[in-house]
Design a protein around this ligand. Structure first.
Ligand SMILES: NC(=O)c1ccc[n+]([C@@H]2O[C@H](COP(=O)([O-])OP(=O)(O)OC[C@H]3O[C@@H](n4cnc5c(N)ncnc54)[C@H](O)[C@@H]3O)[C@@H](O)[C@H]2O)c1
Length: 319
């Protein structure tokens, strides 16, 4: 029995507690940011308004504080969305915490002063001083995991044995873990799939989307290798696997479908998705300046066309 602290009470953080509890861990969840999730998690019923289920009564809720991070846990799980990463890195800084960290967040960070793109684990290691950071990614819709639908994910750490140790603590019959040493590849794939699922969503028929799917995989392989990840990772759960689920349903591909119909990003957002976070768009704004400067545009024509459409608010064209 291990003590796990999940930081982030959104859909994914909350769903993740379910297999962890079932695997007989003592699980605490905390929410630093959203009043809505604090209300859900601190209520007696523990009804989660995003997952639309009642969370297990064994799940403990604690108010977020810096002191909580210093308590004795066996694993800290970060399930905040991308804007929460700098926040939590600052909170962890100077605390000399030795607890291993597992990151569920998907995305990449552009560090303007170094003119470099970092993965989230690289960013956390650099800004928080935490040394042992693993990542868990893959095709996982939080709502499906919360309903115990079979889900497979990949856990990556430079030490495969450590990744397996985490897998043993959190997996169940329905939450299955694979393992990888390619931390960078897993993180790059799980981030850029948000961009490529928007591109696939722009296809206006299954035939057209399938063509975009195949070309997206080729661009993902190129980009993963550019960032020093492995080609085989792109074809695994964090790459092709996650691309499939995101393209089949999800906010990025929904936005892509409006772009494919000829709407500009701003109009589509305002008209159809005013309250939705489109993670692919956030990532475009984060990484586009670097990619457009440093990478041969001919190698990634789909991504470059999507950048142009979003950054210049122009119609999306694949030419
Ligand atoms: N690894 C996986 O298997 C997996 C699966 C699905 C989603 N995800 C990723 O998990 C992350 C969270 O997704 P979700 O579906 O729970 O989203 P959500 O919108 O339901 O929750 C977002 C979480 O981030 C926090 N947050 C948002 N802005 C913040 C800020 N500025 N400062 C601090 N905290 C902030 C919210 O309070 C909340 O806890 C995303 O990066 C998503 O891509 C991972």
């Amino acid at each position: 029995m291990k003590k796990i602290l999940v930081i982030g009470g959104g859909a994914m953080g909350s769903a993740f507690t379910i297999p962890c509890l079932e695997n007989k861990n003592v699980v605490t969840i905390t929410e630093p940011y959203s009043k809505r999730f604090i209300k859900d998690l601190s209520s007696k019923k523990k009804f989660h308004s995003a997952l639309k289920i009642k969370l297990p009564s064994k799940l403990k809720f604690r108010k977020f504080s810096s002191d909580l991070l210093e308590e004795k846990f066996d694993l800290l799980v970060i399930a905040l969305s991308l804007p929460g990463i700098d926040f939590i890195a600052k909170k962890l800084r100077h605390k000399k915490i030795k607890t291993p960290v597992l990151v569920l967040t998907k995305g990449l960070k552009y560090i303007s002063k170094d003119k470099k793109i970092l993965t989230i684990s690289e960013n956390l290691i650099r800004n928080s001083g935490i040394k042992n950071v693993s990542v868990l990614k893959g095709p996982c819709l939080a709502k499906e995991l919360a309903r115990k639908n079979q889900t497979s994910v990949v856990i990556a750490n430079k030490s495969i044995n450590f990744a397996k140790k985490i897998g043993k603590r959190i997996s169940t019959k329905y939450y299955l873990a694979e393992f990888s040493k390619d931390v960078i590849g897993v993180e790059v794939c799980s981030a850029i799939k948000n961009i490529y699922s928007m591109i696939i969503g722009a296809g206006q028929s299954l035939n057209a989307s399938s063509n975009l799917f195949q070309k997206s995989i080729l661009e993902m392989i190129f980009l993963t290798k550019f960032f020093k990840g492995k080609e085989e990772t792109t074809l695994g759960l964090a790459g092709a696997g996650d691309l499939y689920v995101s393209a089949a349903g999800g906010r990025n591909s929904k936005m892509g479908s409006y772009l494919g119909k000829g709407y500009t990003f701003k109009i589509a957002k305002k008209k159809f998705m005013p309250n939705d976070t489109v993670e692919g768009e956030q990532l475009v704004r984060e990484i586009a300046p670097f990619i457009l400067k440093k990478i041969d545009k001919k190698k990634i024509p789909l991504m470059v066309n999507l950048f142009r459409a979003i950054l210049n608010n122009k119609k999306l064209k694949f030419s």
